[in-house]
Design a protein around this ligand. Structure first.
Ligand SMILES: [Zn+2]
Length: 390
């Protein structure tokens, strides 16, 4: 019902849900706060942030005011969270001790991308971004960039096993702010990369309109390049909104702002994952983790018991109750790339065991006590392992 608007069906939604849980749990351990902000606000907010008129072509046209408001008032659907998070920062007195303030929101954003540039899940108009804004002192920039690069390494490197590279993207032609501010921001990012000993390339003119950025690029299993994560340094918006914190000297100072996303948009990232794993997701991401297959109707009660024990252990187990041959059901589970099959025959039903088939291991089957099977899968699920634990 509109170009570039994605409907997430149950399986895709489960993958998105797991990614959200993962990133939210991870950043809460690292001093972030979660916030939620409205999908529409008065247009004046985007005028103040400088998105309008500079970014107008990418925003959807304004909506009329709500009932009871002046007729001149206009609303806009949000293309970014930055101005909203700025308002949350500015709603309180902040002291140098409170910084960095890290506000995160996995938000639905709408961008009026030209229809010719739309492409499946990779370039959309309705996007879901794992966004965050960090408000900090200038002397904290380097430390924060280090923490962000660690987060990128944890998520992309360690969890997904990707090798990636860093691009330092500098000032574009269409930009806010003075050259002096840009010099300062570009230098700060460059220094952080150098002190970290990171290798990077310079992407001349590839920065955001409010500041330079570090873009993280990686390749999928068949060598195509993707861009997701981004770390952007912004001296401009704190200035426009007159943001302050009280320094050690009891005087007002201006904080700096970092915009960052790790997955980027979940549409694009899940699109990448589908291609990268060719649909065979690691256990923790697989929409269906185990398929329980009774050999005949006689084992249905035992198979139901197996399913409910797996579910109670936090695993996504489905039961194939169809009146089909076992071979047919196995082939079907293979087609759907379900990581594990648990076959229940008469012997297994009596012994409290399951005959386990691991995705990609052909006809190999191993009979294990149900409890052991549950423990093994829980460990694999919890550690977000890329392949089965042995
Ligand atoms: Zn932002």
């Amino acid at each position: 019902m509109g170009p570039g608007l994605i409907f997430w069906h149950p399986k895709g939604a489960m993958i998105q849900f797991q990614l959200r849980r993962f990133i939210e749990d991870t950043i809460l351990e690292r001093g972030y706060s979660l916030v939620y902000t409205p999908n529409i606000t008065r247009e004046e907010l985007f005028l103040r942030s400088g998105h309008l008129p500079l970014y107008a072509a990418n925003q959807f046209p304004p909506m009329a005011a709500g009932e009871g408001e002046a007729e001149s008032v206009r609303y806009r659907v949000k293309p970014m969270n930055c101005p909203m998070h700025i308002l949350i920062y500015a709603a309180q007195q902040r002291s140098y001790r409170d910084l960095p303030v890290r506000l995160a929101e996995i938000a639905n954003l709408y961008r009026n991308e030209r229809s010719g540039t739309l492409h499946g899940m990779l370039r959309v108009r309705g996007l879901t971004m794992d966004d965050a804004h960090i408000f900090l002192r200038e002397d904290q920039i380097e430390q924060e960039i280090f923490q962000l690069l660690d987060l990128v390494e944890l998520v992309l490197g360690k969890t997904f096993g990707l090798s990636y590279r860093l691009d330092l993207a500098t000032r574009p032609d269409k930009k806010l702010g003075t050259d002096a501010t840009w010099d300062q921001a570009e230098r700060a990012l460059e220094q952080a990369l150098k002190h970290r000993g990171a290798t990077y390339r310079v992407d001349q003119g590839g920065g955001a309109f409010y500041g330079p950025k570090i873009d993280i690029k990686f390749n999928d299993a068949i060598g195509r390049e993707w861009q997701g994560a981004t770390i952007q340094l912004d001296f401009e918006q704190p200035e426009r909104f007159g943001l302050e914190y009280t320094g050690e000297d009891n005087r007002p100072h201006r904080p700096v702002m970092i915009h960052r996303a790790i997955f980027g948009t979940l549409e694009r990232f899940v699109g990448f994952l589908i291609e990268h794993f060719a649909g065979a997701f690691p256990l923790w991401l697989a929409p269906e983790q185990v398929r329980v297959l009774p050999i005949s109707d006689d084992q249905l009660p035992a198979a139901r018991e197996v399913q409910s024990k797996l579910r109670a252990a936090g695993l996504r187990a489905h039961l194939d109750e169809r009146n089909e041959t076992l071979n047919y059901k196995i082939r079907d589970a293979e087609t759907h790339k379900v990581p594990y099959m648990a076959v229940v025959g008469q012997r297994e039903a009596e012994a409290g065991t399951v005959a386990v088939r691991v995705r990609g291991s052909g006809k190999k089957q191993e009979v294990v006590p149900l409890e052991e099977f549950v423990k093994r899968l829980q460990a694999e699920n919890r550690t977000r392992a890329l392949s089965p634990l042995t």
